[in-house]
Design a protein around this ligand. Structure first.
Ligand code: TYD
Ligand code: MG
Length: 455
């Protein structure tokens, strides 16, 4: 007789308990326990399911461990290579997460189709081979070395892998795959955990890189237990606004590179295009004479780019003024409005304020502050900011403008794009030695910046 037993598993941290709990005692989250059936008679994935036990690892003194550079596969995609830290490391397990329809499958399919000399197996649990072919036709590339199989059973997947012996494996998506050792349905915590552990074992033992595509739940984190993020070597997040063409690929965790890297793509009719010079796309071509727009020399990851901040201030029609912001943290905007009220004497209490960062991008750089308040003030006064002026600076609670990182890169980028003046925080230029063809104005307080901009 098959003995079954159910356990309750926390969907946040993966902790299990024999009874349901309202609050997880390990991670402290509420309402995260879900019931899962476990089958006692079946062997667990840990106890020798897999066929890839080549030679067993032996303990080695640390000094004898070889430290030659990990061999990396050049993915022929500058953005993806950079985000991965210089290419895909052999034997690494990479997880790409993102909302549905953002372009995860497109990005990966397009990448593998461009790798003609690498034998790739694309395992699709979501789309049929025909759908994939239609997509590949849209992307318009011909590859002889990309094999497709629609399969969701992990044991079958390993059979295909053994038969084909690919150099790169793609699994789209990890939530659709299930293994016979776990009883619960695909996408459940124990399935995701068992499958990814088995795939990790395969990747490490055969030194084959594997890319997993993962779904995101409504809170914006990768669906499945947090352990999934712990298991893999690299977690990338593909994000963007569905209504805009731009997509950002961020590295959230990377055992083989920096997490400060960022890739920008544009979704086209025929696939994704790398955006190697973001500034040119993120600036409205001609905003001369328009109030409410200001340009910030921002840094995302380690790349500088110039981006337009747009604000609209209008008289509040109802009692409570509306505040809305796209691409910029709303709480931070409210803080900046309070600073503006105190320092510039504007009665923003009676005004609706709308803020938008051009291109549908989400920017986290604190150096955006100065351009946010300049745009709000510009709209409120209905005076435009001069066309060739840009700025960077964090604004503190007392209206002081605080230094920002990588000021040199910001200034050089602004110069490169033909700006004639840049406002920067005072005392931020220590060690800045380059000769530049752009007027640098140092400002200490927001009042000084306003005087420079609006006279
Ligand atoms: P997809 O890669 O299927 O998203 P995910 O795998 O993250 O769910 O992307 C689907 C969207 O991308 C779809 O709405 C159509 C759009 N798209 C294009 O605009 N151009 C293209 O060439 C392709 C293939 C898709
Ligand atoms: Mg997909």
């Amino acid at each position: 007789m098959v003995k079954t037993k159910s356990v309750y598993v926390c969907s946040n941290c993966g902790n299990d308990s024999s009874k349901w709990l309202g609050k997880c005692p390990v991670c402290g989250e509420w309402n995260t326990y879900v019931e899962e059936i476990i089958n006692k008679d079946k062997p667990s994935a840990k106890s020798g399911l897999h066929v890839f036990d080549t030679d067993k690892a032996k303990p080695l003194p640390l000094e004898d461990v070889q430290t030659s550079e990990e061999p990396r596969i050049d993915l022929r995609d500058g953005e993806l290579n950079r985000v991965l830290g210089g290419g895909l490391v052999a034997g690494s397990l990479v997880l790409i997460g993102g909302e549905p329809g953002i372009g995860k499958s497109t990005l990966i399919l397009q990448t593998v189709l461009g790798l003609n000399e690498i034998k790739t197996l694309y395992i699709s649990g979501e789309e049929s081979a025909r759908q994939l072919k239609l997509r590949a036709d849209r992307i318009d590339s011909d590859s002889r070395n990309c094999f497709i199989v629609c399969e969701t059973n992990l044991e079958q997947i390993f059979v295909h892998i053994r038969n084909l012996n690919p150099e790169l494996v793609i699994i789209d998506s990890i939530q659709t795959i299930f293994t016979d050792v776990a009883e619960s349905s695909p996408g459940s915590i124990s399935q995701v955990r068992e499958c990814s552990a088995a795939i990790l074992k395969f990747a490490k033992e055969t030194n084959t890189p594997v890319v997993l595509i993962g779904h995101i739940n409504k809170e914006g984190s990768i669906a499945g237990p947090k352990v999934l993020e712990h298991i893999v070597d690299t977690v990338l997040q593909f994000e963007g606004d569905q209504h805009y063409m731009y997509r950002i690929l961020r590295s959230i965790k990377n055992r083989f590179g920096s997490t400060a890297e960022l890739g920008i793509y544009e979704m086209r009719q025929n696939g994704l295009r790398e955006v190697s010079n973001p500034s040119e796309l993120l600036l409205t071509q001609n905003h001369e004479g328009l109030s409410g727009a200001s340009i910030s020399a921002a840094i995302e990851g380690i790349r500088p780019f110039l981006i337009e901040t747009q604000a609209l201030v209008s008289t509040a029609a109802y009692g409570t003024p509306q505040r809305s912001s796209t691409g910029f943290d709303l709480r931070r905007m409210n803080m900046l409005l309070a600073v503006l009220e105190k320092r510039a004497g504007f009665k923003l209490i009676q005004k609706d304020v709308f803020l938008n960062i051009a291109g549908g991008l989400k920017v986290n750089d604190p150096g955006m502050d100065l351009s946010v308040i300049s745009a709000v003030l510009s709209s409120s006064l209905d005076i435009s900011v001069e066309k060739h002026v840009c700025m960077a600076g964090e604004v503190g609670l007392s209206g002081e403008i605080r230094p920002v990182n990588r000021i040199e890169q910001r200034i050089l980028e602004a110069e490169k794009l033909g700006f004639s003046k840049i406002l920067v925080p005072q005392n931020n230029l220590k060690g800045f030695t380059s000769k530049v063809n752009i007027e640098i104005i140092q400002v200490r307080k927001v009042e000084e910046a306003f005087r420079q901009l609006f006279g």
